[in-house]
Design a protein around this ligand. Structure first.
Ligand SMILES: [Zn+2]
Ligand SMILES: [Zn+2]
Length: 397
């Protein structure tokens, strides 16, 4: 089959690789109908995630048709399903309390060492996201093997087209959990750093949850425009002093809750961010956390800090004093996708949530390398790329 494979920093290619096969009785094989490039795929593309190997198939946002099932899969051939990016067994301690992204069984034992050393506990398995998370082949391909197919995938009714539901695989539940972790109350003022896909969905979710004011912070004009269309007020951080503006917009108190949807490759001009960029370039694993630092300073005392943005390593000059002295509550984590898919599918069906506004480009799988390049370099206009393995080259738009 054809699949998008990683070969090094800024080097991804569509290659012919072996077709996936059923390995365990709970597996299923999907024929991919739609798959997206995610902002966190750009961390792999930029070479800042350890444990990726040449030839690895990327992609953790995908859906498709069931074409083969293992003996214990609950799926049936012909069903259309969306698959959570987190791989979860459904039966371990963490899965049973719905902390699916902390599954103890989905990252094979021989792959656990690296993340266990880094974090004290091994990470769960994720699709297409390095050998830290199990080394599973991803879904930016014609076919994919889905382990524990009786737990993760959600069956999609025929009347909902792919583009309406594809983002249930990651960014919609991630934005939703980002807002939920901010414990939004009616009348809250909430600030969201980053108007990429997760940030925009966090904004949308915060509004659905009843926040009275949502403030979006970014510097890309088109992304800020999308945030505005969702109902947010906006701050361009290149033109405005963010902390001053947020104080003014929150009646001099500070925001009740802040959401960092930027993660470890934050843009920033402060000197410590420049040092972090240099460290990241020479591979000593420092996260650039300027958005998070700003968020911690901008939230009101007693406020909530939610971090859906992805971090992988260490960071310097972290405002730990502000965290403690202001009495802040911090929540973060890879998304427990399976906890949210059913509820969010209902919200898509009844029209409460529409995520299709985000899609800027549709490309055949063969053009995935161009998709990566442009998604990275032209972030303002390439807000979200959907790859369609079956699409003819000339249909691309
Ligand atoms: Zn993603
Ligand atoms: Zn589990």
């Amino acid at each position: 089959m054809r699949a998008l494979t990683w070969h090094g920093t800024h080097d991804v290619r569509v290659d012919t690789v072996d077709d996936p096969e059923i390995i365990n009785s709970r597996d299923a094989i999907l024929k991919i109908t739609s798959t997206a490039i995610c902002g966190s795929d750009l961390h792999l593309y930029d070479g800042v995630i350890p444990g990726v190997r040449p030839g690895d198939v990327l992609g953790h946002e995908f859906m498709g048709e069931v074409v083969e099932t293992g003996r214990d899969s609950t799926l049936k051939k012909g069903q259309r399903v969306v698959v959570p990016f987190t791989i979860s067994c459904g039966g371990c301690f963490h899965c049973k309390i719905q902390q699916y992204s902390a599954c103890e069984n989905s990252n094979p034992a021989e792959k656990q060492d690296m993340s266990a050393t880094l974090y004290g506990h091994p990470m769960a398995g994720l699709f297409g996201y390095s050998h830290l998370t199990g080394g599973y082949s991803g879904g930016q391909a014609e076919y994919v093997r889905v382990p524990y197919s009786d737990v993760g995938p959600i069956v999609i009714p025929d009347h909902l087209e792919d583009e309406k539901v594809l983002f249930l695989s990651d960014i919609l539940p991630t934005g939703w959990m980002g807002a939920e972790n901010a414990e939004i109350q009616p009348d809250d003022t909430v600030a969201v750093w980053g108007c990429g896909p997760v940030g925009l969905f966090a904004i949308q979710s915060a509004i659905v949850m009843g926040a009275s004011k949502v403030i979006a912070i970014d510097h890309y004009p088109h992304r800020l425009e999308l945030a505005k269309q969702l109902g947010a007020e906006v701050i361009d951080f290149r033109k405005t002093d963010v902390r001053e503006a947020l104080m003014e917009m929150s009646g001099g108190i500070g925001c009740d809750a802040v959401i960092d949807a930027v993660g470890m490759e934050a843009h920033g001009f402060a000197i410590d961010n420049m040092i972090d960029i240099a460290k990241q370039k020479i591979g000593i694993g420092a996260d650039r956390a300027s958005a998070l630092k700003q968020a911690i300073l901008a939230v009101r005392p007693g406020g909530r800090v939610s971090i859906p943005g992805v971090y992988g390593g260490m960071t310097d000059k972290f405002p730990l004093g502000a965290l403690m002295e202001k009495g802040l509550q911090v929540r973060s984590g890879q998304t427990h996708v399976q906890r949210y898919t059913k509820d969010l599918l209902e919200k898509i069906e009844d029209g409460t949530l529409d995520t299709t506004f985000l899609i800027s480009h549709r490309l055949p799988l063969e053009e995935a390398p161009r998709g990566y390049k442009n998604f990275r370099e032209e972030q303002d206009s390439w807000t979200k790329v959907v790859l369609k393995p079956g699409m003819e080259q000339e249909q691309a738009a």
